[in-house]
Design a protein around this ligand. Structure first.
Ligand code: ADP
Length: 615
């Protein structure tokens, strides 16, 4: 799909152009159009030309003398009142007297020439250019200037548009949307049997999962015009302006049917109308207009509305009811296979070394969205360029995952020796606790190289396969692993640092969710104590219980985390020698792989006796 951009220039710009054209026209072109060129000469030249009998015609007016030479060139000079014998001398020189050497242009003609003609030319040029743009946009750009017109981006049919094959993974969503494509290709098949296509389809999912891409792919596959607008673009300062934009958009869409209208971030206009006083009138009017327009067009009119949002729960129920947005297509974070496919799609654009193992990268990037994966591939390519290589290696890819997760390596972070020891113990603590609990995912990599995100080190765990469910023990083990860092500091140094704040936050979140949402506490059984408000945007929760229950929940959360923390401390105390050995190894190497870690843990590698640690 090729986007056709509408020029957006302030009105003042056009006024300036008009004035400039008028001035240029008057200064440069008009004089040639209205009269012949007249050269101004002094009186002496005139007298000598008279004497030399060079003057062919002469006209004397009240203030000047206009004359021509034998070749027809025109001259003018001022009139000298004191020159009394002028007429006789001229007569004697053979000049003939005339009254219309220079033809006077009529006032009407000069107005036409000086003012009307340039404006007409300017308008004609403008018309010509807007027609050109309209042709390129498929004849839809009647909204070039002016307020209240929709400024939807229009994509025209083109063979190089985004196709379903460009969107990796998301098979369910693609299957769902393929039906729309089929309908736009062969509507008769559907109308014959009496089926009508959904008017609206809502794509819901976390940011960067490819919702916009899917919408474009539908248009690309069905080869129809595609109008794209973001919800926030409808909302204007003046009440009623957004509504008129909606009207205009639908008018254009109906003219261009069959076509697809895509409204991104529809929650900007589609939020629930809560009826509170002093509500956002403009937004509500825009929403009302959208509802009316969606009701307004008949079934099978060929206009399909696709909309995307990360916050489906905030949408007005009137918008999501059947007949408007009949269908909801979830576009979730990609699973392992999906991640691998997305990486492969994006890697097609770059030159790769032979060692690149997509399945391993996909496993390392668990939880990443399509946009993040695209970013990872691009970061890897940039890293290859920085290193002066012509291709991307596995190491580039792995490093770029860390860049996307934790930021760039801090080149000049200066950790004191003691701090470096603490960080090494902290990270080994996580890894060791994870490894000692059978249910925890194996460690992929441990590093104590500081990152720009503020992390002083981290332990990367890798999920071996897709995980859709977690049982109670697994969550408990995860909490235990999260407390492992702090536990190692306690075991090794007998004191604690600020380094565990992120772990603490995550452990608390998990244990709270176990109690309030997953029904994993004995006291509350299967009662929800919290509701999730923003499923796709970080999963914020709001309490749904009494203050006393909240206090009890807090007590239970503390007890749960405490228990796991103690478990971590005892695991590490029992394996103190391994902890020291591994921490010393990490301190020296700064980054170690999962295999190295496991070899030392299993005692297959002799301890590095020359390494000294000073806990
Ligand atoms: P959303 O609209 O869901 O926020 P986008 O569709 O704008 O996300 O995706 C942003 C970018 O992420 C795309 O331009 C593309 O490069 C990449 N991307 C996301 N999902 C996929 C996917 N399934 N396949 C390929 N690329 C993807």
């Amino acid at each position: 799909m090729n986007e056709v951009k509408t020029p957006k220039r302030p009105l003042l710009f056009y006024y300036c152009i008009v004035i400039l054209v008028l001035l240029l026209f008057n200064a440069l072109i008009a004089p040639y159009l209205t009269s012949a060129q007249v050269t101004e000469v002094d009186y002496g030249t005139f007298m000598s030309m008279t004497e030399n009998q060079e003057i062919a015609e002469v006209e004397i007016t009240d203030s000047e003398i206009v004359f021509s030479d034998q070749d027809g060139n025109l001259y003018e000079t001022g009139l000298m009142e004191s020159d009394t014998g002028l007429v006789e001398r001229l007569y004697a020189s053979g000049a003939s007297f005339s009254s219309e050497i220079v033809e006077e242009t009529s006032p009407l003609l000069s107005i036409l020439l000086y003012w009307v003609l340039p404006i007409v030319l300017f308008i004609a040029l403008g018309q010509f250019m807007s027609k050109k743009l309209m042709d390129r946009a498929g004849g839809s750009n009647s909204m070039m200037f002016g307020m209240g017109k929709s400024n939807a981006k229009v994509y025209v049919k083109s063979s190089e548009g985004i196709k379903f094959t460009d969107v990796a993974g998301e098979d369910e969503a693609k299957e769902n949307l393929a039906e729309i494509v089929d309908y736009l290709h062969t509507p008769d098949k559907y109308t014959e049997i009496g089926a009508s296509m959904p008017k609206g389809i809502l794509l819901v999912g976390p940011p960067g999962t490819g919702k916009t891409m899917l919408a474009k792919a539908v248009a690309g596959e069905s080869n129809v015009p595609f109008f794209s607008m973001s919800g926030s673009e409808f909302v204007e300062m003046f009440v009623g302006m957004g509504a008129s934009k909606v009207r205009d958009l639908f008018k254009q869409a109906k003219e261009k049917a069959p076509c697809i209208v895509f409204i991104d971030e529809i929650d900007a206009i589609g939020k629930k109308r809560d009826g509170s006083l002093g509500g956002n009138d403009e937004r509500e009017q825009t929403l009302n207009q959208l509802l009316t327009e969606m009701d307004g067009f008949e079934d099978n009119s060929g206009v399909i509305i696709l909309a995307a949002t990360n916050r489906p729960e905030s949408l007005d129920p009137a918008l999501t009811r059947p007949g408007r947005f009949d269908r909801r297509v979830p576009v979730e974070l990609p699973d392992l296979q999906g991640r691998e496919d997305i990486l492969k799609v994006h890697a097609k654009k770059i030159k790769l070394a032979e060692d690149v193992d997509f399945s391993r990268i996909a496993r390392m990037a668990s939880g990443a969205s399509g946009a993040e994966l695209a970013n990872i591939v691009n970061e890897a390519a940039l890293r290859a360029v920085r290193d002066g290589r012509g291709f991307v290696t596995q190491a580039d890819m792995e490093e770029s995952i860390e860049v996307v997760i934790a930021g760039y390596q801090k080149k000049n972070a200066i950790l004191t020796d003691q701090e470096k020891h603490i960080v090494a113990y902290h990270e080994i603590g996580h890894a060791l606790v994870a490894a000692m609990q059978t249910n925890s995912a194996p460690v992929q990599k441990i590093t104590i190289v500081p990152r720009t995100s503020g992390a002083l080190g981290y332990t990367m765990q890798v999920e071996e396969g897709n995980h859709y469910l977690m049982n109670k023990e697994e969550i408990e083990n995860k909490i235990c692993t999260l407390t492992g860092g702090r536990a190692a500091e306690e075991v090794a140094f007998g004191s604690v640092t600020t380094g565990a704040s992120n772990d603490i936050e995550q452990a608390t979140k998990l244990s709270r969710a176990m109690i309030t949402r997953y029904g994993m506490s004995e006291d509350f059984d299967m009662v929800a104590m919290e509701t999730v408000t923003n499923q796709y945007l970080g999963g914020d929760t709001s309490p749904a219980c009494s203050a006393e229950t909240q206090a009890e929940i807090d007590r239970q959360v503390v007890a749960l985390v405490k228990k796991q923390h103690q478990k971590a401390v005892s695991i590490l105390s029992e394996n103190r020698t391994k902890l020291d050995e591994l921490a010393a190894y990490l301190y020296q190497k700064e980054t170690i792989t999962g295999e190295e870690f496991m070899t030392i843990l299993k005692g297959q590698r002799p301890a590095l006796s020359d390494l000294k640690t000073n806990p």
